[in-house]
Structures are given as C-alpha cells and as structure tokens.
Ligand binder design. Structure first.
Ligand code: S3P
Length: 434
C-alpha cells in the first residue's frame, strides 16, 4: 500500500525554515570522498534515500563511512585505485545521479560491477552515458535501448576524449569527467547549455587540476584527490516548493535560510520574478565555495508568461512546482524547450498535465512543454506516479485549491526531502497522511 497524502487550504506561511542539504552535492561528496586520500568530513549531508543509496554502494565497494550524527558523514577515502569489487548488485534505487555518475566512475575500475535501480530508474535513458564512455574504451552492457541494469566490465583501459554532449546534462558531463580521472590523456566536455558545475568545483577543491567555465570542462587522468571537508548547502530544489507555496498563499511571509544559489540551479527565481513574484535575497555569502542566501518570500498574485527557453536548463527540476504556480496565475503560461522533463523520475509533462487537469486546471500538453491557463483549482484526486517532486508540488496545489486534494503514491518524497510533511505543516500547510 503506497503512501497517500491529503492536502487542503492551509494558513499563510510564516516564520523561518531551513530545508535539507543539496542532493547533487551530497552524492558527489560521497563519491569524491571515497576515492580521495585521507578523511573527508561532510556536514549538511542529505539523509534522503537517493544519497543513502550512493553511500551504501561505496560501503559495498569497501569504503568505511561513519555517521557521527544525522546529516554528517566521515568518509575514509581509499584513494583513486582503492575500491574493491562487490559480488552483489549495486542498487541506485530511484537515483539517476547515482547511476549515471557511478557508471563513469566505475568504468575506470579494474573490476566488474552491476548497477540496478527501481522501476522508475529502470525506464530512464542511459545511452547518453553509455555512448561517450564507450568511446573512451569502457565496456558496458545494458538492456535493449540502453536501459538499466548496467553491467560495467572489468579491466577497462580508458582513453580521454573530446565530447560535445547532445543534451544539457550535468549527469552526463560528470560521468565523463569521473571516467576521465582514470583515462590516459585529456578529457574535454562541451555542453549545448551550461549545467550545474558541482563536480568540477569539488574536483578542484580536492586538488585535481581541472579547467572549467560555463559549458566547458577539461581535465587529464593520473592525478590524486586529497580529502577535503565539505559543507553541503541547503537544496534550492527543495526550497523551491516553499518559494512557490509562499508566493501563492495570501498573507504569506516566509524566510528560507541559507539556500544554495548556484546560478545553474536558480532559474525558477528568474522565472517567478518575470511573473511578478516578491522574492528578496538576503544575507548573500559564500559557504564552502558555493553562493548561499536567505530568501524572503511574500504572497503576490502571479501573471502568466512565456518562459524563456534559455532559462529552462537552470530550472530543470523545478517545472512541477512552476506548473502549479502557473495554474494559479492570471493568464496563460507557456513552457517550451523542456523535452528533458519527459525522462525525469516520471514523464513530468504528462504526469503534471494529467494531475492538474484532475484538479480542475486547463492545460495543454505539447511535445516539449505545456500551455497552462491560470485560474483556480477545485481539488480532487491525482497521482504522483512515484515522483517525489510531483507529490510535493501537488501538496502545494492543495494549499490553494478550493477543495481537498488527494495525492497518491507519495513514498518517494523521502528520496530527496525527508521530513517534508512535518516541515511544511510547521509553517502552515494543511497536509496529512490518509
Ligand atoms: C543532477 C542533474 C540533473 C537534475 C538531477 C540532478 C545532478 O539531471 O535533473 O536532479 O546532480 O547532476 P540532468 O543532468 O540529467 O539534467
């Protein structure tokens, strides 16, 4: 029996909150800490099922990882060539980041590994990493069409490449760079649009020579990683649900503390501001090399817009929340250039369109986006299709709908945002387990 939520009109959102640690940074902290020399201490680690899966996999590969307290990890790095084979499958669960980055990292080992995932991950495209890694000399086996499970064969001798990615994907870029650590010669990645640069920044912080700028990264194999403590910023993508909720709910005035503000993540801010949102950045500063800020969000009635395609990659995880914002805006919102949404944890264009329609929105699906007529939602029953971000977005819709919203299949919220239910209730949400 899967988890069902019931959401209904909540109070204005007030007070201060801190959302959990960044998922992308937490995955990478475990991965680089594991293959570094020395001990890496991670604070602000996301205790989500996705990042726990990554930690569990490295333990299977022989890395000692301690949990001195919740959201802290001590990783005893084994060095670049210190990982050990596991006879068991390496289970990435729901985590695309784990599977794609690990495919790159494991392609450079001299042992065989098998990466598996849950039903959703087993339908997600892996050709995008298989192709460049095969060009580097990796020997990878997948199900037909490049679907998981993936078997990474042993004794790979990798060769650096120059590669232009077809889709703007930090996961693909990172997989190639992690394989590049083990490759002979130079590896260069060019992207059609810059994506999040956490892998590059963390490699540099761990002492690996790397040259990078937006849309481009280059490194060569054969260096060493030196352990480095990592402070994980709060996840902008988790803050996004509260940014949208506080904007939508009349009377709200909410402060979201110390949010990671990497410019490749904050496209939703720019989009909401174009729609008229009142979001103030306060206390901007750097935390362990990443920009962070407190965000003060007040209620405003939004106006529909045509979302500029150039912003899409910088808000790729935020479309479920944006669709909800658009459903309550004045006028029409048009999204295009976002076909990648169809291969996320669910087909987010189809699933969000169907869900919002069930709740009373007028929404037309297009191949690479949607046209959403703003107005009000009457409530009803909708399915998240096991997609964490869709479940949380529909919970926001429920705060503003005139009737009750039932959301089916909410278990996977724990993949990225453990404690969402409690935190959201503490600032004014009406949200319960049915
Ligand atoms: C991620 C990159 C993005 C994003 C995902 C996390 C990462 O995926 O959607 O949630 O940590 O590198 P793509 O790189 O496939 O766009």
């Amino acid at each position: 029996m899967s988890l069902i939520w019931q959401a209904s009109a909540g109070r204005p959102l007030k007070g201060e909150i801190t959302v959990p640690g960044d998922k992308s940074v937490s995955h990478r902290a475990i991965m680089l800490g594991a293959i570094a020399e020395g001990v890496t201490r991670v604070s602000g680690f996301l205790e989500g099922e996705d990042t726990l899966a990554t930690a569990r996999i490295f333990q299977q590969l022989g890395v000692r990882i301690e949990t001195p307290s919740p959201s802290e990890r001590i990783i005893h790095g084994v060095g670049l060539h210190g990982l050990k084979a596991s006879n068991e499958d390496l289970d990435c669960g729901n985590a695309g980041t784990a599977m794609r980055l690990l495919t790159g990292l494991l392609a450079g080992q001299n042992f065989r590994s098998k990466l598996v995932g849950d039903a959703s991950l087993s339908k997600r495209p892996m050709k995008r990493v298989i192709e460049p890694l095969s060009l580097m000399g990796a020997s990878l086996q997948s199900e037909p069409n490049g679907l998981p499970p993936l078997i990474i064969n042993s004794k790979n001798t990798l060769q650096g490449i120059d590669y232009k990615t077809e889709v703007a994907s930090a996961q693909v870029k990172s997989a190639i760079l992690l394989a590049g650590l083990y490759a002979k010669g130079e590896t260069t990645v060019y992207e059609p649009h810059p994506t999040r640069d956490y892998t590059e920044k963390m490699l540099a912080a761990f002492g690996w020579p790397i040259e990078f700028r937006p849309g481009h990264a280059r490194l060569s194999g054969g260096h060493r990683l030196q352990a480095k403590d990592i402070q994980v910023p709060a996840d902008f993508s988790s803050a996004a649900f509260f940014i949208v909720a506080a904007t939508l709910i009349p009377g709200s005035d909410l402060l979201i503390k110390s949010v990671g503000m990497n410019p490749r993540r904050t496209g939703l801010l720019a989009t909401l501001q174009l729609m008229g949102a009142d979001i103030q950045k306060q206390n901007s500063h750097e935390q362990a090399g990443e920009p962070v800020a407190d965000l003060r969000v007040k209620h405003v009635v939004l106006t529909g817009i045509e979302v500029p395609e150039s912003i899409v990659p910088d808000m790729i995880d935020e479309f479920p929340a944006l669709f909800v914002a658009a459903a309550f805006a004045k006028g029409e919102t048009r999204v295009s250039g976002a076909a990648e949404l169809r291969v996320k944890e669910s087909d987010r264009i189809a699933v969000m369109s169907q869900a919002l329609r069930e709740l009373g929105a007028q929404i037309e699906e297009t191949p690479d986006g949607a046209i959403i007529q703003g107005g009000n939602l009457h409530g009803g029953e909708a399915d998240s299709h096991g997609d964490h971000r869709i479940a949380m977005s529909l919970a926001i819709a429920g705060q503003q709908a005139s009737g009750v919203v039932q959301i089916n299949d909410c278990d996977n919220v724990a993949t990225s945002f453990p404690g969402f239910l409690e935190l959201s209730k503490s600032v004014g949400f009406e949200l319960h387990i049915k």
